[in-house]
Design a protein around this ligand. Sequence first.
Ligand SMILES: Cc1ncc(COP(=O)(O)O)c(C=O)c1O
Length: 368
Amino acid sequence: MSQPPVSPATRAVRAGVPEPVHGAPFRAGPVMASTYHLLGDVSGEWVYARNGNPTWTAYETAVGELDGGRALVFASGMAACSAALLALVQPGTTLVLPSDCYYTVRQVADRLHGVTVLTAPTRELADLAPQADLLWLESPGNPGLEVCDIAALAAACPGLTVVDNTTATALGQSPLALGADVVVSSDTKLTTGHSDLLLGHVSTTSETAYAALADWRRLTGGVAGPHETWLAHRSLATLGLRSAQACANALAVAALAEEHPAVLEARYPGLPSHPEHALATRQMSAYGPVLGLDLGTAERAQAFLSALRLVDEATSFGGVHSTAERRMRWGADAVGEGYVRFSAGVEATADLVADVQQALDGLPALAP
Ligand SMILES: Cc1ncc(COP(=O)(O)O)c(C=O)c1O
């Protein structure tokens, strides 16, 4: 069925869904298989389920279409990130990594042997990009929400540029169109958005990178389950709706917090006060569901979290339920003790804003 030109949110509804066949369901169920009939030669697409699965292919077709590349699904976001780091970085080469990106990615980079790893804060990567055989970017950064110029940094990098697009998702930002070679995503977050599965994917415009990553997945074998992959594909149809509501809620909460006397700083790329607001507006089509609130001390942050009634205290982000946590309880990021990472869900905006307002109103005043 030929389709008119449509927006990415509309494309997400149909991406990877088969052509209509009379009497067939819109989407077949997950293919629960380890083994396929394999007669004679080892040929064809389905030889063994560690190599490939039709349910993976449907999801990969969908996320690849949304990213503008060729995709591979992985068992988690970290499986996707570590595949990119371990399959695409060679001994003797230079990896340039933000010192403020998702901390588990930094921990994997720390374990690379024979690789020169250069790090700098996201906002200072321009100096290192020309030395990179592989340049890792994360924009907006988790948890600090720094935004970097993907097109400029990719142009300055002589090697491969990889962008962790978890916070924005394929509907909020298109790193491959901006010149990056590889996108990685934790689809555990907003892409699937129901807090009920772990999944990740990599998309790339490079055939060489695709082959290396597919080989890595087959060799290491910690692959995605068909049921999770099928659920993830189902969730894609509502990504546009979920993202629109979550981003509207994030902006409303950030705007409230910015004006509230109990808050030292509200960080959100959609706020005009964010240092890279103009860049984010140019580079992103939605600012994402995550914001940061600096409440000064661990005690005030914890009191805020306890006072919220519609927001669950939990790690992770991008789910339909609003969640928040004091980020320094993990001890791994360069944020203050009172920094709360807040993930806006899809609740009615007025309800969420009222809940945040009452929780902030109840905090003791900041020491002058
Ligand atoms: C930016 C970013 N990348 C990757 C990951 C890893 O994803 P997963 O938890 O699905 O392994 C996370 C998880 O929080 C993340 O925030």
